[in-house]
Design a protein around this ligand. Structure first.
Ligand code: ADP
Ligand code: MG
Length: 393
């Protein structure tokens, strides 16, 4: 008869409990007694506040007598229902009074409509009718919870993917840093060998200054790398051009050995935007990495930072365009390049770069556009990102 204390109920059971609110008469207790004979847990609410609290704490359905709305403001209940998450459509079984097709019941209809997922049950109700309707409502509610769990699982999987792509990027950056450092070190080893073989050579001064230059390169690379790790995780006013430069420096070797020419145009006096430098770097590393992948036989990389102003554009923004003269994107993959795991690079691709890029862009409220051509003589791809100047004075 008496529902078990709520403390003892597990979360999923709590999710499916039924709250009963019949302010007048014995209906509430009768229904509770009926439900006590089933597996359905219930609670009889004492007042409107109690009813609303139960629904917001997590319930499967509510059974409410229509007279509950007499003279009571329905607003708090509507507020609770309005605040439901997108997956939720809370079911309400509304017990009406029989045979009252009057102005009064018309008023009830108006009250009932904003309640949403409502089942009307005319009194006196047969117990089987009440039970079977409640079961249908709870089954529907269970489906809603399944959708909730799937949404949650999806969010977790997305987070895991983002983390793994971040790791992949870190790995790739580490590899290019090692590569960049290795070149000057090899040069220094050769220079020292020359000096050792010929200690009294007149060329000693030149050899030493060459070695010094190579060492300066190593120092520059390590400084750049250390700057990455010390940078803020919170959005700050960030210089887009210097983030781009640091990415280009990391790809320097691939650019030089791949016969790629770079043209960099800054058409704004202040290329700063509100962003975490890490996120911007991740976007640029993905886009420039892809551009280099598409220009295996050499080509041109064009980077442009420009300013967009009203009235031609809705808001003052900074636009960064990264264009390459590479292969172009094939029409088959073009519509899905921003989806995860879409890659044309076989084992060497993850298909996550553009997806992560679009996630960062979506999260920050920026926009990204892509144009690509595979026409002979005019092949190439251009990605443009528009970053509104939000907190800029
Ligand atoms: N600049 C580009 N030129 C040609 N194709 C591109 C370019 N950028 C992206 N793509 C295409 O989009 C696909 C998805 O890119 P991305 O998400 O970065 O994954 P991945 O680089 O691991 O393949 C690439 O495999 C490639 O086919
Ligand atoms: Mg990529």
């Amino acid at each position: 008869m008496i529902p078990p204390p709520l403390k003892e109920i597990g979360a999923s059971v709590q999710d499916l409990r039924t709250v009963i609110f019949t302010p007048t008469g014995k209906d509430g207790r009768l229904i509770a007694a009926l439900l006590a004979r089933t597996e359905i847990l219930c609670h009889v609410a004492d007042n409107f506040d109690d009813l609303c609290r139960f629904i917001s704490d997590g319930a499967g359905a509510a059974i409410i007598a229509e007279e509950a709305f007499n003279g009571e403001s329905i607003a708090p209940l509507l507020e609770v229902l309005r605040n439901q998450p997108p997956w939720s459509d809370f079911p309400v079984l509304l017990l009406t009074v029989s045979g009252r097709v009057t102005v009064e019941s018309e008023r009830m209809r108006k009250l009932r409509r904003p309640l949403g997922n409502t089942f009307l049950l005319e009194r006196p109700i047969r117990p089987e009718t009440l039970l079977s309707t409640l079961e249908i409502a709870l089954r529907g509610r269970q489906r809603q919870y399944q959708i909730r769990d799937q949404i949650h699982q999806y969010a977790l999987a997305q987070e895991a993917l983002l983390r793994s792509e971040k790791l992949a990027i870190t790995g790739r950056l580490a590899a290019s840093i090692a590569h960049e450092i290795n070149n000057p070190l090899e040069a220094i080893t050769n220079l020292i060998y020359l000096m050792r073989c010929n200690p009294s050579s007149d060329q000693m001064t030149t050899l030493l200054s060459d070695a010094e230059q190579e060492l300066a390169r190593v120092t520059e690379i390590t400084k750049q790398t250390l700057r990455f790790y010390r940078e803020p995780a919170q959005p700050v006013q960030t210089d887009v051009a210097s983030v781009l430069d640091s990415v280009i420096k990391l790809f320097r070797n691939r650019i030089v050995s791949g016969s790629i020419s770079i043209e960099r145009k800054i058409l704004t006096t202040s290329p700063t935007v509100l962003s975490t430098p890490g996120e911007l770097r991740q976007i640029f590393a993905n886009l420039i990495g892809n551009a280099l992948d598409a220009m295996r036989g050499g080509g041109r990389l064009l980077i442009r930072i420009s300013e967009l102003h009203p009235p031609a554009f809705a808001r003052r923004s900074v636009r960064v365009s990264i264009a390459d003269s590479g292969t172009g994107i094939s029409p088959e993959v073009f519509p899905s390049i921003f989806e995860p795991f879409v890659t044309t690079k076989g084992e060497t691709g993850t298909g996550l770069g553009l997806w992560v890029t679009s996630e960062i862009i979506r999260k920050n409220g920026w926009t990204i556009r892509v144009r690509s051509s595979r026409k002979p003589g005019r092949t190439g791809t251009m990605f443009s990102i528009v970053i509104p100047r939000l907190a800029q004075p």
